[in-house]
Design a protein around this ligand. Sequence first.
Ligand code: GSH
Length: 233
Amino acid sequence: MTRPDIVLYTANTMNGWKPLIFLHEAQIDYELVPIDFSKKEQKAPDYVRLNPNGRIPTIVDRGANDFAVFESGAILWYLAEKYDQFLSHDPNERSETLQWLMFQMGGIGPMMGQAMFFQRIAKPNGDKVPYAIDRYVNESRRLLEVLNKRLAGRDWLVGDAMSVADIATYPWARSYFWATVSIDGLPHLKAWFDRIDAMPRVQDALQLPEPRPSAFGEGDTDAAASENAARFR
Ligand SMILES: N[C@@H](CCC(=O)N[C@@H](CS)C(=O)NCC(=O)O)C(=O)O
C-alpha cells in the first residue's frame, strides 16, 4: 500500500474542519493525526516546528519533500493547486476566490470566533463582557449579511461551482447558532447552508477527528455550552 502524500494534523474545530472537508469532498487519501488540545499537543516543539503559530490545522506534503503548510486558508489554496480542485483556472475567478477566502480568514473567522469566545468560554468561566459580546455578535451578523447578499441569485460564492472560498466559510458561518448570531431574513445564506448540509462527504468530514456536532444544528445549547466551557476552563 502506498503512503498518502498528505499528513493532516487537525482537531474538530471550524478551522480544523476546512482541510478535512476539502480532502473528503475531493476523495483524496490522507493520513490523519488528531491533535489533542487537552494535552497541549499543538504547543509541542516538534509540532511548532511545522506550525510556528502553535495552532491547528497543519499539513505536511510527503510528495514535496515534507513541505509543511500552516494557516487553514493557505492549506486550502495549497491543496487546490496540488490537486487542481475547487479553484477555477480563470484568472478573475481565482482572484475572486482569493478575495472571499480573505474575507473569511480576516472577517468571518475572527469575528465569529470572538463572539463564541466571549459567550462560550469567557462568560461561563466568570468573565461576562457584554460590550465585547455585542460588538462581535453585531459584526458577525453584518458579515453574514454580506455573504447573504453575495449569494443572492448564485449557488456558490464564486463562479458556478464550489470553491475553497465556500469550504473555508461554511464551517464558521454554519456555526451561527453557537455564536448566537441570527440568520433571520438571510434566505440566500440559508439556501447555501442547505446545499452544503446535503453533501454526504462534507458531513462525514465534520465527524472527524471525533464528532462534535454541537456547533452545528440547533440541539441542546445549554448542555453543549457547559460541556464546551469545561473543555476550555
Ligand atoms: N488563522 C489560523 C487559526 C488557527 C486556530 O485558531 N486554530 C484553533 C482551533 S480553530 C487552535 O488551534 N486553537 C488551539 C490553541 O489556540 O491553542 C488558521 O486559520 O489556521
